[in-house]
Design a binder for this molecule. Structure first.
Ligand SMILES: [Zn+2]
Length: 387
């Protein structure tokens, strides 16, 4: 029997499994979005949010104000109410598909650590945000869009260096020859890399990942041990060449430039729609109508209005990122390495290890995908002739 015929049923099984897994995950994302909108709606319309603010005012010293105690309790309640869903998606499903290496205890511990970090970062941030809203009641939406977008994008870019070491162990890449090959490749393209690291991602998962982090002149490259175990050096190189493409194309600035108008729109929508809604229902919900958005109890309303506006723009944002940021990074990776076979096999391996859906439905692709689908990337890698 020819090799291909013998292997086909096995391959179909893999594809079926990947489809089932990614469909489950896609549903969980959509359910999660609906669930958080629903909890905001309930907190608002039952007056629970207003009661929480009254308690916070009573509890906090006048100089501090109610914002931090309110967000602390709201943050913890949000964590607790979404726990069943995050446990199912993050633990049960991952184990069912054999993707998780974590015990229940370790999963819970990571969850609490994550909550602690987001509160430590989020509470002072909320305090600052509400200071701006109070100080500039007519222009806060513009000021906050200009300030928050660079802040969050730069923070997410630095997270692997600042936050991920709280969850995983990092060390210089043991394979020094590979490290040299990678830093040389980056240097040839004018990007200085201070260190190539490996991290024990296998502590949590069997999935693979690689990233380029840092801002300015010195960058770090981080490779998951799971990736190093499965990928050939050529495959590691093309995956990193894609990341290098983002550096060379200065995509972080493109992302900021793209995100600012989206945030302007969502914040402006929140600003414009909050007041009329509050004037109509605010009293019934226990909100301080005359303070408008500056009343922290109106936070669920702001996030409902802003979230809806953001969801409307999401598909367009994703389409732009797919086409003008992610696809060019693939082209770059192929041009700079000239390793088409390694590119295609790396994509196939990534898909297999991460159980990615090779062909998601158009709706799911538009809502959730900021990268081209794996099949599109593989097809492109096969037919493209590097420059
Ligand atoms: Zn990318």
């Amino acid at each position: 029997m020819p090799e291909s015929a013998r292997r086909k049923p096995q391959k179909d099984d893999d594809v079926q499994r990947a489809m089932r897994y990614s469909r489950t995950k896609e549903w969980l994302v959509l359910i999660g979005m609906t669930w958080s909108a629903l909890t905001s709606f309930v907190a608002l319309t039952t007056g629970a949010s207003g009661r929480l603010r009254r308690w916070a005012e009573h509890f906090a010293p006048a100089r501090l104000g109610p914002v931090m105690p309110y967000t602390l309790v709201a943050g913890i309640l949000g964590f607790v109410t979404s726990l069943p869903l995050s446990y199912y998606g993050g633990f049960v499903v991952e184990h069912r598909y054999g993707l998780s290496n974590q015990t229940r205890r370790a999963w819970i511990l990571d969850g609490f650590k994550g909550l602690g970090i987001s509160l430590a970062l989020g509470l002072p941030l909320a305090h600052g945000v509400y200071w701006v809203i109070r100080r500039y009641p007519q222009r806060w939406w513009a000021i906050l869009s200009g300030a928050l977008v660079p802040f969050t994008i730069i923070l997410s870019n630095l997270a692997p260096v600042l936050l991920m070491p709280l969850f995983n162990k990092f060390e210089p890449l043991r394979d020094r020859a590979l490290a040299k090959r990678i830093t040389d490749l980056a240097a040839d393209e004018g990007v200085r890399v201070s260190e190539v690291m490996q991290m024990d991602m296998s502590k949590q998962t069997k999935k693979a990942n690689a990233m380029f982090t840092g801002i300015g002149n010195t960058k770090r490259i981080i490779l998951a041990d799971t990736l190093l175990d499965e990928f050939s050096d050529d495959e590691v190189e093309v995956v990193l060449a894609h990341e290098l493409g983002h550096q060379v194309h200065r995509d972080i600035w493109k992302l900021i430039g793209l995100q600012v108008p989206v945030t302007l729109f969502t914040f402006f929508a929140a600003h414009r729609l909050t007041r009329p809604i509050m004037e109509r229902y605010g009293k019934r919900w226990g909100l301080q109508v005359e303070r408008g958005a500056a009343d922290v109890a109106a936070l669920p309303l702001l996030s409902l209005v802003g979230g809806t506006a953001g969801t409307v723009l999401g598909p367009a944002f994703n389409a732009i990122v797919r086409r003008w940021i992610e696809h060019p990074a693939d082209v770059y990776a192929l041009d700079v390495t000239r390793k088409r076979e390694a590119f295609v096999s790396a994509m196939e391996k990534l898909g297999k290890m991460n159980l990615s859906n090779p062909r998601p439905s158009t709706l799911v692709k538009w809502l959730l995908y900021d990268h081209p689908t794996l099949q599109e990337r593989i097809d492109f890698g096969r037919k493209y002739t590097p420059r």
